[in-house]
Design a protein around this ligand. Structure first.
Ligand code: NDP
Length: 304
């Protein structure tokens, strides 16, 4: 029977551990502050920003939510970032991506003070990650590492395969695994014989953005499988096929008209893995906990 790596439970542990640190900062100096900048009204971004702000408030942190219109210019966003860089009560700045297409996202990213870059995407922090120097780490891969650690999954000397090489998930994930002494292979859309590469993995991480692309033939018996993918399935037949007709999941489909499935086939993963992250409830919940953790760490550094 495979172990289910419960992201919700670990998220709660991480949040609970932050509470005394936030209380200590608030008592000694001030509450940690996170600013979230949302440009336009992309529905998915709205949901992410709302839950980030909600968690911040629940933790007693200062939360600034800055909303800018879809028509905002690069100069206007840069001016907002500049004001937040100079705001002594703000420890973390997050500009929700994607930005409307007229905005120069790279210029915005470069403008964020690296010491307030709680996403860990600024080139200075990418350099810190590569050099294994302390600094904020990208939240999703950092969440995966926290999960592996809490479940005592050994990494040293083990073969890890990461499918996906994006700047926000795949690449930093591979770096973090390598720093823990795993032997890491990175796969992508040009990889020849993806299944054979994946089957070599003792730890397999899928961050692809393609519904259930990783199937039984990719998973070696007993591997630990981390499914980062978040994909919405709106066809009932497809949901039946992917869940093996799981009654609870199909009831969810019938209620909402869709279900969320990862990049790994859920039935294949449950049958072949020794431990795996479910979708939903695996990697997803940890991203926000790591964002809060990066903000608290930034506040601790800034406030001495
Ligand atoms: P990107 O689209 O930026 O990157 C996808 C990667 O997958 C690319 O490197 C691409 O290769 C690779 N890829 C695409 N098709 C194939 C294929 N057929 N075979 C092998 N590799 C392939 O996605 P992200 O990294 O941003 O996100 C990945 C997934 O993770 C998405 O489902 C996203 O929704 C989810 N996600 C979840 C988060 C969470 O909190 N749980 C947070 C962030 C993302 P190439 O470089 O060659 O194009």
């Amino acid at each position: 029977m495979a172990t289910i790596l419960d992201g919700k439970a670990v998220n709660q542990q991480l949040i609970d551990e932050l509470k005394p640190r936030i209380a200590a900062l608030t008592e000694a100096k001030r509450a940690p502050g996170l600013a979230v900048v949302l440009v336009g009204n992309d529905p998915a971004s709205e949901i992410y920003v709302t839950s980030k702000v909600k968690t911040c408030i629940e933790l007693g942190m200062r939360s600034e939510e800055i909303r800018m219109p879809d028509s905002a210019t690069t100069a206007e966003v840069l001016s907002q970032v500049d004001a937040l860089n100079r705001d002594a009560g703000i420890d973390g700045i997050l500009v929700q991506m994607p930005l409307p297409k007229q905005i120069d996202s790279r210029a915005v990213l470069l403008a964020i003070d690296p010491s307030k870059d709680v996403d860990g995407f600024h080139p200075v922090n990418v350099g810190n990650l590569v050099g294994n120097v302390p600094g904020p780490r990208p939240c999703t891969p950092a969440g995966v590492m926290a999960l592996l650690k809490r479940y005592g999954i050994a990494l040293k000397g083990r073969r890890a395969v990461v499918v996906g090489r994006s700047d926000i998930v795949g690449k930093p994930m591979a770096m973090l695994l390598m720093h823990e002494h795993a032997t890491v292979t990175i796969c992508h859309s040009r990889t020849v014989d993806l299944a054979a590469e994946c089957r070599r993995a003792e730890i397999l991480v899928a961050a692809i953005g393609r519904t259930a692309m990783i199937e039984a033939e990719h998973i070696s018996e007993g591997a630990v499988v981390i499914d980062v993918g978040i994909n919405r399935v709106t066809s009932r037949d497809e949901a039946m096929r992917l869940t093996g007709g799981n009654p609870a999941r199909m009831a969810g489909f019938d209620k909402r008209g869709s279900i969320v499935v990862g990049d790994v086939h859920p039935v294949a993963m449950a049958e072949r893995a020794s431990a795996y992250t479910p979708v939903p409830g695996g990697v997803g919940p940890l991203t926000i906990a790591m964002l809060m953790s990066n903000t608290v760490e930034s506040a601790e550094r800034r406030l001495g």
